[in-house]
Design a protein around this ligand. Structure first.
Ligand SMILES: [Zn+2]
Length: 413
């Protein structure tokens, strides 16, 4: 069973490609808004340009669809490969890892459908957002007639640049954060989070399905949970324990073992595998959860568990006192928060750079410097946090965005 942490590693390529699409759409948006700024009919021309803008967004999405598909399939292959590795580790059963290509293609179809839905949603949202921005800027333009055409032109351009800048830099600005996805229950998450969660859930359930099918075939009924010293408070009681498949009696190959296994399950009060991975515990499935469920044989489950944990290395080294686990988990959450902040300010900076490239406006340059300041602030915070919490490891990829600063010929500060 792959952990969410492992998912984050094997899906790096996929997440990067989604970031590329989001950043290309932002850049296209800013470029579009800076078109025709000197024209008296700026607002009218922007409204007339919506169809062409929509086509360009559709083109960006179409251009990136294949690579997203490929990266999704790569992540799926890695996830299924991990399941094979896990199964091959069970020494006592004769298992040959086979990754059936037809089976894989069939499984990948549901992923492709998911990606298509997300990409379509992204186009729709981007165009809606664009219309809102155009209207907001259009309505804020100066309307008074000034004798000199030059003055009013300068004033108009300034109002437009300020309008775009507000969208990028004000917390309420439409370009200040990635688009949101609203669930039917009203909960809102950023598109990036939504994409990560949906892809992860889809791939994780495919990998889980494969693991369950294979272990059933092999007669595996027991799973051992890994242990971590930075685990969430509500997962603490579930780690390091053995879980059993609900329908274990129909899976095991040696019927004569049933009474002994029943006795073992009752005396240890084992919980069912299915109960622990689903609502409300979400063991191994929740974001940030590092837990794994390792398939083990009946002989291993009934034998010396301490030795088994050492052999399988399921218990990560560290201080397991309640206080320390709690502190480590709080620190981990803080680390993720800092990563989001660093990525956010890098996005803000890059959007400002697109705007600066198009307008050379001195105020936009100030916003770039401001973003730089916050990037450095949160990087310093992150260094401090990691120095004071040895259990944490800095993950630079999570602090990075993939924007196009290089393409613009601007040196990164
Ligand atoms: Zn966990």
């Amino acid at each position: 069973m792959i952990s969410s942490k492992t998912w984050a590693i094997l899906s790096k390529g996929l997440i990067k490609e989604w970031d590329v699409v989001l950043s290309k759409i932002d850049a296209e948006e800013i470029k579009q808004l800076t078109k025709g700024m000197t024209s008296e009919d700026y607002y009218q021309e922007q409204l007339m340009g919506v169809d062409a803008y929509t086509k360009r967004i559709e083109q960006i999405v179409a251009d990136n669809k294949d690579i997203i598909s490929t990266k999704s399939l790569d992540a799926l292959k890695s996830a299924l490969g991990l399941v094979d590795t896990e199964l091959a580790k069970i020494g006592e059963v004769d298992f040959k890892a086979i990754l059936n290509q037809d089976e894989l293609l069939l499984r990948s179809e549901s992923l492709t459908d998911l990606n298509d839905t997300m990409l379509k949603g992204l186009v729709k949202q981007s165009v809606n957002k664009h219309l809102k921005i155009v209207n907001s800027i259009g309505n804020s333009l100066p309307t008074q007639v000034i004798a000199s055409g030059k003055v009013i032109r300068q004033e108009r351009v300034k109002a437009i640049v300020d309008g775009i800048s507000a969208q990028i830099n004000k917390p309420t600005g439409a370009l200040n954060s990635p688009p949101n996805v609203v669930y039917s229950n009203g909960r809102q998450v950023s598109f990036r989070t939504y994409m990560e969660m949906s892809s992860r859930t889809a791939i994780q359930s495919l990998a889980t399905e494969k693991l369950e099918q294979s272990t059933d075939q092999l007669g595996i009924i027991f799973f051992l949970a890994s242990e971590h010293s930075d685990c969430a408070d509500d997962h603490r009681d579930y780690q390091g324990k053995i879980y059993v498949k609900r329908n274990w009696q129909t899976i095991i190959k040696q019927a004569e073992l049933i009474p002994r296994i029943r006795e073992f399950i009752n005396s240890k009060q084992l919980m069912f595998f299915e109960d622990v991975i689903e609502k409300p515990i979400w063991f191994t499935k929740r974001p940030n959860c590092r837990h794994r469920l390792v398939p083990i044989t009946i002989k291993q489950a009934l034998g010396n568990i301490t030795e088994l944990k050492q052999t399988l290395k399921t218990k990560k080294p560290g201080d397991y006192s309640k206080k320390n686990v709690k502190e480590n988990y709080e620190a981990l959450k803080q680390q993720r928060k800092n990563e989001r902040k660093i990525r956010h300010w890098k996005d803000v900076k890059d959007n400002n750079m697109v705007l600066y490239e198009r307008t050379k406006d001195i105020n936009v340059l100030k916003e770039i410097k401001r973003a730089d300041y916050f990037i450095k602030q949160y990087q310093a915070k992150q260094r401090e946090l990691l120095q004071s919490t040895p259990a944490l490891v800095r993950e630079y990829a999570r602090e990075d965005n993939v924007r196009m600063a290089k393409d613009l010929g601007i040196k990164k500060g």
